[in-house]
Design a protein around this ligand. Structure first.
Ligand code: GTP
Ligand code: SPV
Ligand code: MN
Length: 620
């Protein structure tokens, strides 16, 4: 038996000395110098027996291990070194062109009954899913290494944190999980001898959409994913555990797992207000979380706690407290520029794994929107020579960077705090060309939940399928809720009962368009103007005007000085058009019917109340 010691990097574990690692060998023993936890060892042994890897590598999370695995990934062509002088520790990965985004139609919630998964999820019976996938995993790692990836979602030692172990045959996944989570020995140490960990199994198979399934077993705290090697499909701590399984755990344990960024807003007086915001995939969370306020906001600062996921629970003080379960950013590359998000550009200058971006002849990266004028020649995301005349995009629209949060120049000093941060405001926001104004504050918690539940957004490249179609995306959780949507909304309403100091709830829209298709609002850093109103409203120190659909800023409540927007455009962006809202509220009937009988009656009553108020001609 080969055993490595602690601090010596990774440990390669072979079957018991003198034994062949053969199929059907009933008492093969998987051991590790990293843990003696019998539950972990049994899980690894059972899955190794199924998948039959040639080797098992237990990830310890050390720097030495990162160097070694990176060198192996480079040798295997999985990672391409970028310019190490200009971008130390940075690598490029090109995924299979059939595997460039999450696949919602191949993502399943496998609960005992279809009703538990609800009308908005794909459902498969657990027995059927296990047996179908067992067939696919059978021998799938022959000739490959199985990486045992222990990880923590959340700061080590946080009462909010959860532990997972992902078994994967992808070195890209192992290296990416090291960035995105607290990975390795630290997780096994926190687990100790316990059995409370998420059991994740992933195999790339032959990266074939016909053999691609992302299956969640909430009751078993298990995830089986195969046939993909892309982001949210395979980094099992992220969308699979932190959101789908997490939301289910949140319902049973009384907390919330949400697709939300978390940021801190520091005023010139030194007061920090924490805000959580849910926007659908590729709708601005990373940008908002790292925003640099415009010059006008001298002394104001935004710091990042998280850019994608928040776990929220009620503290002893009756406030809602949030942690970011991740430790890295898997962010959208296109559109990231020195103008739109300089902090993101600074974050990805070192120790970053890029996926499906373009490469310059000098070994640097490029994507659409990075510079106004594209470089004269590039290697595109599929490895082909590219020029501006090529007529195709150089980077894939869903190309991504995977960077440690520690690189972020505006990382909040609370990002690692086991207790998290107290949330004063929750923002919901979608990508809507019409109807939804720049900002709206809810009248009360139930109305806020209604605004979140009815959020619409145009689809983006973050998932396969048609882009630009408006679909309902409640709390930006449509693809990520691990149980019935009506029950989820009921859980949100119920949470209010245990929060004595609830955050105020807002709706925003950075994406409203003019008749001729221009964005009416400049967005990005200028969103600070809206954020300041939100923070001031949360502290009850600025005015607003009541409309039939919520509170909006009065003239003068938003600081618009030195803003390069015509007053006509601003009015069009901020305006509540009751005729448009009437159409919206009527159309929502269909959405509520689709959710089905578990929709909380309070939300349908809220819809009818708003409609009745508009029809009565109140306000406007
Ligand atoms: P996921 O990682 O998929 O969850 O996405 P995200 O919500 O973090 O979105 P991100 O911040 O990466 O932004 C996605 C796209 O929206 C990028 O192309 C941005 O340039 C664009 N975007 C972000 N903020 C704004 C904004 O305020 N206005 C406009 N017009 N576009 C924006
Ligand atoms: C999203 O799609 O919301 C993402 C990227 O954050 S992925 O990790 O692929 O889900
Ligand atoms: Mn996301």
């Amino acid at each position: 038996m080969t055993r490595g010691g602690r601090g010596q990097g990774a440990v390669v574990v072979l079957p018991r000395a003198g034994r062949s690692f053969a199929r059907g060998d009933e008492d093969d023993e998987m051991t590790s110098a990293l843990t003696e936890n019998p539950h972990v060892l049994a899980f690894v042994a059972e899955m190794a027996k199924l998948c039959q890897p040639d080797r098992i590598h237990w990830c310890d999370g050390s720097e030495e291990e990162r160097r070694r695995l990176t060198a192996q990934a480079v040798d295997a062509g999985v990672l391409i070194p970028l310019n190490q002088k200009k971008m130390p520790g940075c690598y490029l990965h090109r995924s299979n062109p059939n595997d460039v985004a999450r696949v919602e139609h191949l993502t399943f919630i496998c609960t005992p009954t279809r009703e538990e998964a609800g009308s908005t999820n794909n459902w498969m019976a657990p027995d059927q899913a296990y047996s179908k996938l067992r067939g696919l995993f059978d021998g799938s790692m022959k000739g490959r290494t199985m990486y045992v990836v222990p990880y923590i979602m959340g700061p080590a030692g946080s009462p909010m944190a959860k532990i997972g172990i992902e078994l994967t045959d992808s070195i890209y996944v192992a290296l990416s999980m090291r960035v995105m989570t607290r990975m390795g020995q630290v997780a096994l140490d926190m687990l100790g001898g316990g059995d409370d960990f998420n059991r994740g199994l992933h195999s790339m198979l032959d990266i074939n959409p016909d053999r691609r399934f992302i299956c969640h077993f909430p009751q078993d705290n298990a995830i089986w994913s195969c046939g993909s090697n892309y982001g949210g499909n395979v980094l099992l701590g992220k969308k699979c555990l932190a959101l789908r399984i997490g939301s289910y755990l949140g319902k049973t344990e009384g907390w919330l797992a949400e697709h939300m960024l978390i940021l801190g807003v520091e005023s010139p007086e030194g007061q920090t207000t924490y805000v959580a915001a849910a926007f659908p995939s590729a709708c601005g969370k990373t940008n908002f979380a790292m925003m640099i306020p415009p010059a006008r906001f001298n002394g104001w600062r935004v710091t990042t706690v998280g850019d994608d996921i928040a776990w929220l629970r009620v503290g002893e003080d009756g406030r809602l407290w949030a942690i970011n379960p991740e430790s890295g950013y898997f962010g959208v590359a296109p559109g990231t520029s020195a103008l739109s998000n300089p902090n993101a550009l600074a974050t990805v200058r070192k120790d970053t794994i890029f996926t499906n971006v373009a490469m310059t002849p000098d070994g640097e990266v490029w994507w659409e929107g990075m510079t106004e004028v594209p470089p004269p020649e590039l290697i595109d995301w599929q490895g082909r020579p590219w020029t501006p005349q090529s007529g195709e995009k150089a980077a894939h629209p869903n190309s991504r960077f995977c960077a440690p949060m520690a690189n972020n120049p505006v990382l909040s000093k609370m990002a690692d705090d086991p207790a998290g941060v107290p949330i004063s405001a929750i923002i919901f926001g979608g990508r809507r060309a019409t109807t939804v104004p720049l900002v709206l504050q809810s009248f009360h918690w139930t109305h806020g939940v209604f605004l979140g539940a009815t959020m619409g957004s145009e689809t983006t490249a973050a998932a396969t399928g048609k882009v630009g179609v408006v679909r309902r995306d409640p709390m930006a959780m449509l693809p990520f809720c691990g149980y019935d949507m009506g029950e989820y909304l009921a859980h949100w309403l119920r949470m209010r009962g245990s929060i004595s100091h609830p955050p105020k709830i807002f709706l925003v829209n950075w994406f409203r368009k003019s008749g001729d298709g221009r964005f009416l609002w400049p967005g990005f850093g200028e969103n600070m103007r809206v954020l300041k109103w939100i923070v001031d409203r949360a502290h009850v120190r600025v005015g607003g005007r009541e409309t039939p659909v919520g509170w909006v800023p009065r003239q003068g409540d938003l600081d618009l000085s030195f803003l390069n927007v015509t007053s006509d455009d601003f009015d069009a962006a901020a305006h509540v058009d009751t005729a448009e809202w009437q159409v919206e509220l009527e159309a929502l009937k269909e959405w509520f019917d689709h959710i089905g009988p578990t929709l909380p009656p309070a939300l349908e009553l809220q819809r009818r109340l708003m409609l009745a108020i508009i029809q009565a001609g109140v306000g406007g």
